[in-house]
Design a protein around this ligand. Structure first.
Ligand SMILES: Cc1cc2nc3c(=O)[nH]c(=O)nc-3n(C[C@H](O)[C@H](O)[C@H](O)COP(=O)(O)O)c2cc1C
Length: 304
């Protein structure tokens, strides 16, 4: 989840028994800045964690492959998203000693991921927040994918409660990916205005759109509807500024998709406020460990 999910959030999730994921979709990503982030993460937890890379062609051309190698040596799982599964990435990660996950949006892509040697697959439905690969609902995709591959499959998209988690696991998922629900975690770095907007929103307040396509075309995403209205209404070429991983201040171009973290200044409401349909479960700011405990307790109650 890039800038909004710093090492502190990944570490807190791992400490609480989940597999915390460090997102690398952050301006200023270099081998050196990633190594710094991984150092911070490892200082906070000795538990396994994952590192995620968006490898869409337009992002990949700027990706230093040393980042993937560093991640493969440090993490238990390295995950890729938003591109056709690629055996070269899988082999690179295996050489470093980590497992490979590929987040997919279709049965065809899941079969390709398994064929490329991935160890696990995340099936992402159209309900998901952030960039969305899936075009059909999570439960429908999940059941299609489970029947087509022989590796563990996690469900992603719309899972923000123990009830939804129970539904995915009952349908045969080996685990779940939860994104939006953690945006208001104490350890997350989402901008306070963004967090307030999330807490005031329901599933209907999100929209699947291509509005924030500057620099990353043909990549649908789910955001709060209000930010699309706001960005369309505002004038000018930029909506504010944010801070890159190396600490430099950079402009936030209008219609650019990025993680709106606490360093962002300007028209926060007109920035890409990613949110999944699970947003209705985001009600307060609380530690990631409490969120995880609530999900598991509610899941356990459903199973009784
Ligand atoms: C703010 C935000 C940022 C995200 N960034 C990434 C990312 O960098 N890489 C990735 O693979 N998925 C990313 N996702 C998608 C998640 O992996 C996952 O599919 C999604 O959060 C699941 O749906 P949910 O938001 O309803 O829990 C992001 C999601 C959100 C909400």
């Amino acid at each position: 989840m890039g800038a909004v999910a710093p090492p502190e959030l990944a570490a807190a999730v791992s400490e609480a028994g989940g597999l915390g994921m460090l997102g690398t979709a952050h301006p200023g990503l270099t081998a050196a800045s990633l190594a710094q982030q991984l150092k911070r993460l490892r200082a906070l937890t000795a538990k396994p964690f994952g590192v995620n890379f968006i490898v869409a062609p337009q992002v990949r051309e700027h990706l230093d492959l040393d980042c993937v190698e560093i991640a493969a040596r440090a993490a238990r799982v390295v995950e890729f998203f938003y591109a056709e599964p690629d055996r070269a990435f899988v082999e690179m990660v295996h050489r470093g000693g980590a497992l490979v996950s590929w987040q997919v949006g279709s049965k065809r892509e899941a079969i390709a991921a398994a064929g490329a040697g991935c160890d696990l697959i995340v099936a992402q439905g159209v309900e998901a927040g952030g960039h969305v690969r899936g075009t059909i609902s999570t439960l429908v995709l999940l059941t299609e994918v489970i029947g087509s591959v022989n590796v563990p499959v996690l469900a992603a998209g719309g899972i923000g409660t123990g009830r939804a988690m129970a539904a995915a696991l009952a349908a045969g998922a080996d685990g779940v990916r939860v994104g939006t629900r953690f945006l208001a975690a104490t350890e997350a770095a989402a901008h306070p205005e963004y967090v307030a907007a999330l807490m005031a929103s329901q599933a209907e307040d999100t929209i699947y759109t291509t509005a924030f396509s500057r620099g990353f075309r043909d990549a649908p995403h789910r955001v709060l509807r209000s930010c699309v209205t706001a960005v369309e209404a505002c004038q000018g070429d930029t909506v504010g500024e944010t801070t890159a991983l190396d600490g430099t201040r950079i402009l936030a171009p209008r219609y650019m998709a990025f993680g709106v973290d606490k360093t962002a200044t300007g028209m926060i409401g007109a920035m890409s406020l990613f949110a999944g349909e699970s947003v209705g479960a985001v009600k307060r700011v609380e530690p990631a460990a409490d969120i995880l405990r609530m999900l598991i307790d509610e899941y356990a109650r459903q199973r009784r």
